[in-house]
Design a protein around this ligand. Structure first.
Ligand code: ZN
Ligand code: ZN
Length: 259
């Protein structure tokens, strides 16, 4: 059977989202998805997802960790990972990998090319060095083109060149309007998490997606500002960006620009 799954969604447990799990399920269903992967930022408190027994909608238990350099999604977790988070919520890559294995999950490198401040060669070298430690790479992230327009194109090309074991796609939704912006069609034996994990590891996935509206990013920035008591300057910047991004969204639609 083929299942449509958005592999990268944030709920209200993330500092920049207010979506409840119920809202995520309802919206995803309306958009024709069979399941989602909920991966909140550095949030290992996933008991509610692990105990979820909703038979007709798939929720993959996951966490999105940051090492400071990379974002790693640990998914298909069967128990809560025990990770020593530093003050800035970063964690060591080796610890993320080991704990994910202990929890029978897999590790995916998320949006590897969205930040090229250090230059493409340096990011590529760094990506190549960690790929042997993990299971796959997210090659379509709907928010990544906002930071670097070719991020997904480069990720797809390098995953192929580096013969990455498996690839995923996800919206990185922080708002309901973003759910399903990207997803994978997974060819698997059944709807069980084990069979879906097996299919993902075997690379039986097709990638689908389009970039998010720029205004969605500003809206989640404002949620972050509210939830983390950000500075007035940060809030002001977001308010100023909103009309500019609205115009850019309209011109993207007129010219059919897709990343
Ligand atoms: Zn991320
Ligand atoms: Zn994310």
């Amino acid at each position: 059977m083929k299942l449509k799954i958005d592999f990268h969604i944030h709920s209200q447990k993330s500092f920049d989202s207010t979506m409840s799990v119920q809202q995520i399920i309802e919206t995803a269903r309306q958009k024709g998805l069979d399941g989602v992967c909920i991966c909140d930022h550095a949030c290992t408190d996933i008991k509610d997802i692990l105990e979820n027994d909703n038979d007709d909608f798939i929720i993959i238990p996951a966490v999105e960790f940051t090492t400071g350099t990379n974002h790693i999604i640990s998914l298909f977790l069967e128990k809560e990972p025990q990770i020593n988070l530093k003050e800035n919520l970063c964690a060591e890559l080796n610890e993320i990998v080991a704990e994910t294995k202990r929890c029978n999950g897999i590790c995916i490198l998320a949006h590897p090319f969205q930040n090229l401040k250090k230059g493409i060669d340096s990011v590529l070298k760094q990506t190549e060095s960690i790929l042997p430690l993990i299971d796959g790479m997210e090659i379509y992230n709907s928010r990544a083109p906002y930071k670097y327009s070719c991020a997904n194109i480069i990720a797809g090309a390098h995953a192929e060149r580096l013969k990455v074991r498996t690839v995923t796609a996800g919206s990185d939704a922080h708002l309901t309007e973003e759910i399903g912006n990207a997803y994978c069609t997974v060819e698997c034996e059944s709807r069980s998490l084990n069979d879906i994990k097996k299919a993902v590891i075997d690379g039986k996935v097709e990638i689908h997606g389009h970039h998010c509206n720029r205004t969605s990013i500003v809206k989640s920035n404002l949620i972050k500002a509210r939830k983390t008591n950000s500075t007035v300057i940060y809030k002001l910047k977001s308010y100023i960006k909103y009309p500019i991004f609205s115009v850019k969204d309209i011109t993207d639609k007129i010219f059919g620009r897709k990343y």
